[in-house]
Design a protein around this ligand. Structure first.
Ligand SMILES: C[S@@+](CC[C@H](N)C(=O)[O-])C[C@H]1O[C@@H](n2cnc3c(N)ncnc32)[C@H](O)[C@@H]1O
Length: 204
């Protein structure tokens, strides 16, 4: 495992650090919230030319930003202008090694166009069925607005009720950081009964 630097302790870097431990070249991955494309690019770089990355967003401008970023890095992904709650229409069950969600709004755009509890929960449920055994899902939850607080509360409630023999769910927090920092959540679809093979938590 690579040594951590201070900049690695940003939440997105912490999540990337975890994903890097689990995703290999040739894997199938989903960025459920393309946004500016940073996570899509990250997944493309991990999975390589043999891999497959699909990215969802409901805003054309998000997919345009993502396409530009990918082109700058000579990477390819399938960009889907649709809600992540419909991801089961595009991916088969048990196929994905990793699904990433970074909730909230597109930076620099209308903040009212943001993820919402109902569609986010539908998307997480769809994503869990798309994950292969041993596959991982990461969530980045916010609570800076009423909509975000409602979403975070509803998602955490839903996760609490997931069967613990099928899914390992780890929530984390930046305990001593001010201003409601985002909350990373790590989920793994377990291989079978009694298995718990998650790793990569040396830093939290
Ligand atoms: C915080 S940004 C994602 C950041 C992105 N992962 C990155 O690396 O730049 C959240 C994105 O979720 C998108 N979004 C909101 N509701 C959505 C939905 N139902 N389905 C898919 N994307 C959605 C927003 O348009 C926004 O672009």
């Amino acid at each position: 495992m690579k040594e951590l630097k201070k900049e690695d302790l940003q939440i997105t870097e912490l999540i990337h650090h975890f994903v890097r431990e689990h995703v290999e070249a040739g894997d199938i991955c989903i960025d459920a919230t393309a946004g500016c494309g940073n996570d899509t690019l990250f997944l493309c770089e991990l999975t390589g030319a043999r891999g497959e990355v699909m990215a969802f967003d409901i805003q054309p401008q998000a997919l345009e930003k993502t396409a530009t970023l990918l082109a700058e890095h000579e990477c390819m992904a399938e960009l889907v202008l649709d809600s992540h709650s419909n991801m089961a229409d595009y991916m088969s069950e048990g196929s994905a090694a990793c699904i990433m969600f970074n909730f909230g709004y597109l930076p620099g755009a209308d903040h009212k166009i943001e993820t919402k509890a109902q569609t986010s929960i539908a998307a997480i449920k769809a994503g869990l069925s798309i994950l292969r055994k041993g596959g991982i899902m990461t969530l980045c939850l916010y609570d800076g607005s009423d909509v975000q607080r409602e979403e975070k509360k509803a998602i955490l409630k839903m996760l609490k009720e997931l069967d613990s023999k099928t899914y390992l769910v780890i929530t984390s927090c930046y305990y001593n950081r001010p201003n409601n920092p985002p909350m990373p959540v790590f989920i793994q679809k377990l291989e079978g009964k009694d298995s718990s093979c998650i790793y990569g938590f040396g830093l939290v």
